[in-house]
Structure formats: C-alpha cells, structure tokens
Design a binder for this molecule. Structure first.
Ligand code: AMP
Ligand code: GLY
Length: 426
C-alpha cells in the first residue's frame, strides 16, 4: 500500500522510519518532510493545511493510508475530507480533535463523565475571569482555550501574574485561541504521559513517556516544544496505567462516542500524578514530539497494522508488542531557541553518532550545497537505548558527543528524575 505521512518534525521522522519497515508499505510519501525523512520517504510538496490538495495528491498517487503527524491538519478536518473521498486516514475527525483544539471542550467532557481533572471555570471576558481569580487565589493556571502552539498555558504563582495572563489572553496575545479562557486549580505532583491508540470504541495502550519542556538543565528557563524524553515512564507502574486507562481513557472514549464524535487515532494524555491519584492535565490527539521518537524504536509490532486497525475500527483484533528496553532521546536545538536563532548552520558527524549506537531523527534540517544544515529551533533527536534510564541516558549522550555542530546545544540532564531514583538518590 502507498502511504502519505503529513509533517516535518522529529515525530514524523520516527513515524516514517517505522512505517518504512512495514511489510504493508510500498511507496512512502511525506509532506513536507525534512532532510532525514528524505532518506526513507519520497518528499511531496503539498501544503499540509490544504485539505483539497491532500485529497487530490492521495487520489493521484493511489494512497491507501494517510498518517497525520501534527494537530493543525486534524483540527482543520483533513481526516473528514479524506474519509469523504473514500481514503483511509489515521487520526481523529475535526469534531473529535476538539479534545486538543478546545481546552474548554475537554474540561466539560471531564465534568460530564466524571474524569479526574483540576477544578475549573470557563470565561469569555476579563472582569469575570479576574473576579474568579480573586476568589480562588494563587497559584492558579490560566489557559487560552484554543491551539496556541504550546504557549497558551500560564502557571501563575501570584494573583498579579494571573491577572496579567488574563489580560494577555483577552488582548489577543494568543490570537483567536485566547478569545475564551479556562482557569483551573493548580495541581501538584510529577507529570507523565500515556498514549492510547483508539478506534472509536476500543482503546489500547501505546506506551508511556516523560518529557522535559523547559529549555535549561534542572527544568529551568522558558518552555519549549520538548527538549528530551524517555519511555517507558518508570513512575507509571502497571497499577497506575490500569487506573488511567479505566478512570480517564475509557470514559473519554465512551463520552466521545455518546456525543456522536467517536475518537479514532492517538489519545495522548498529559497527566499529573497527585496525592489523590492521576489527574488529566490535557489531551493531545496525536503522538508527542519528542515522545514519538522514544516510542517507535521500542515498538515491535508492524505500525501499519495498528494504524489501519484504528482507522477501520478493528483494534480488538490486534496487539502491540514492545521491546523490553528503555529509550531516551536528547533534542539538539539551535542556540537561542526557543527565542531567536540563526538558520543554515552546518552540522557534521551524524554517521559517527550512529556508529556509536545512537539513532538520529531529524527535525528542522535541510540539505544545502551538499551539506546538512539546521533550519529550525529543534533540529535533531538523538536516541539511546539501555536496560535502565541511566544506561539509555549514557548511550544517548555518547552519541550526542559525536555530533559536530557549533551553533547547537542540548540539555545535559534528560531523564534526571528517573536516573536519581535509579541510583537511590531520590
Ligand atoms: P499544557 O500545554 O496544557 O501541557 O500545559 C503546559 C504545562 O503547564 C504542563 O506540562 C504543566 O507543567 C503545566 N500545567 C498545566 N495545567 C496545570 C495545572 N492544572 N496545575 C499545574 N500545572 C499545570
Ligand atoms: N512534547 C509535547 C507535545 O508533543 O505536545
């Protein structure tokens, strides 16, 4: 079968790498891709936010399955458009993608179906939002309702910060995403992510991971798209996984089904493990980036079989098998990220990193005059493997140290919490 993958990040390189290994995959296409993806897929120059262009491309190239990496095309309804044209696609409909596209939608679903999450209120104007903040006090969390490229969440430690966040939202800092805000209780605990593949009725575990959102070592500095991750998340033991599946994932699927918008695709639950048990922080309706880069290398099962089962409603007939090892990825980014950074800086030594046992997935890369150059903020994902997080961390940094890229940087402590626990220091 010919497959079309949409996206251009490290997540999509990991997906392309795994899709290409499938016995069901003939030609793999990717739009718009990157320099790493170009090694495993043919690059298609279509706009991934243009549903008509995607349907047209899929028809002309006899595409049997479209795999959608990022959230925006899902929220735009690309899966609905492909389904109307009779083309199988992996991912939720636009209606079901509201689980990521509208935080208020998800909170209301949680309230209706008794899914554990922080107490909240929705507001569409500043005065009412501010009076709620005065009533509740700080710390408190302010969230722009819509998609804001990961920037629409402000964890306010003081009332003044919370008031400023409300003003920023309603003054348009997050565009239309901030026309409505959700204000919620501040939760305390350790964060972890759980991924479930869903076919509208059934959900199956697709692994767990923990990531590092802050740019600096010891989780300091501004938030980013993610500077590294490891899987599995040791803190999510079998008992907790069962609890999350039963109390959070299953009722979400049932709720979406009863609302007439069955959820198909990847449900990515961002969780806070509180003293009162796991609570849902947010849903994403896609694989995480960089979490996908540590899930795909651990998956033994043919990915196409799982994605087709999700698209066709037959997940009960398949099983996902995983390697019994830890994968840890370190993100290498352009100096200055998440702020301003220089583009087209030269990168060397990826072959040495791979020779040292690392697996390298590209994000913002391109070829220029025969050289690999950085074109984005997050540029490379270097994955290491081992029997423990400590071993996987050592393997990943051994490979990172083979890469010669003066204008790049990475965190040196990915996995620190788990490593400290493994050495008995926590
Ligand atoms: P999100 O973009 O929704 O993942 O939120 C970004 C980050 O904000 C999360 O990873 C958490 O660290 C933090 N956060 C979001 N909601 C809460 C909450 N209710 N309590 C504490 N921290 C939160
Ligand atoms: N790593 C966070 C995300 O993919 O949203």
């Amino acid at each position: 079968m010919n497959i079309l993958l949409l996206g251009s990040g490290g997540r999509e390189h990991a997906l392309a790498w795994k899709l290409k290994q499938s016995s069901h995959c003939s030609t793999l296409w990717c739009a718009p891709g990157n320099a790493g993806i170009a090694h495993v897929a043919k690059i298609a120059s279509i706009d991934i936010n243009d549903n008509d262009a995607i349907v047209e491309f899929a028809r002309q190239n006899a595409i049997g399955l479209v795999v959608v990496g990022p959230e925006q095309p899902l929220v735009n309804g690309v899966v609905d458009a492909l389904e109307e044209a009779g083309i199988d696609a992996f991912g939720p409909s636009a209606a079901a993608a509201q689980l990521e596209g509208s935080k208020g939608f998800t909170k209301d679903l949680c309230a209706e179906f008794d899914i554990p999450t922080a107490a909240y209120q929705r507001f569409n104007n500043a005065p009412k939002a501010k009076s709620y903040i005065r009533q509740q006090g700080a710390p408190i969390v302010i969230k722009a309702d819509g998609l804001a490229a990961g920037k629409g969440v402000i964890v306010a430690m003081t009332e003044a910060e919370a008031m400023d966040a409300v003003d920023a939202c309603f003054e348009g800092e997050f565009g239309s995403a901030g026309a409505e805000v959700v204000i919620e209780e501040f939760l305390v605990g350790e964060e972890a992510s759980l991924f479930a593949i869903c076919d509208g009725q059934t959900a199956m575990l697709m692994g767990t991971a923990q990531d590092h959102k802050r740019v600096g070592d010891r989780d300091t500095g501004p938030n980013t798209g993610g500077m590294g991750a490891y899987s599995p998340a040791p803190i999510l033991d079998q008992e907790l996984i069962d609890e999350v599946m039963t109390d959070i994932i299953v009722p979400t699927l049932a709720g979406m089904h009863s609302r007439g918008m069955p959820f198909r695709g990847i449900l990515y639950a961002g969780l806070m493990l509180t003293a009162d048990g796991p609570q849902l922080i947010e849903y994403n309706v896609r694989f995480g980036d960089p979490e996908c880069q540590v899930l795909m290398p651990r998956l033994k099962t043919d990915l196409v079989e799982l994605l087709m089962a999700s698209a066709s409603g037959s997940l009960l007939e398949v099983e996902a098998e995983w390697k019994d090892e830890v994968a840890l990825t370190v993100v290498m980014a352009s100096e200055g990220y998440p702020g301003h950074y220089e583009k087209y800086t030269r990168i060397e030594g990826l072959d040495h990193a791979e020779a040292a046992g690392g697996l390298v997935f590209h994000a913002g890369t391109a070829m220029q005059d025969g050289h690999l150059v950085a074109t984005g903020g997050r540029v490379l994902n270097v994955v290491g493997f081992g029997k423990s997080v400590t071993e996987a961390q050592e393997a990943a940094y051994t490979a990172v140290d083979q890469i010669d890229w003066k204008e790049g940087f990475c965190r040196r402590d990915i996995g620190w919490r788990a490593v400290a626990r493994e050495s008995g220091r926590d």
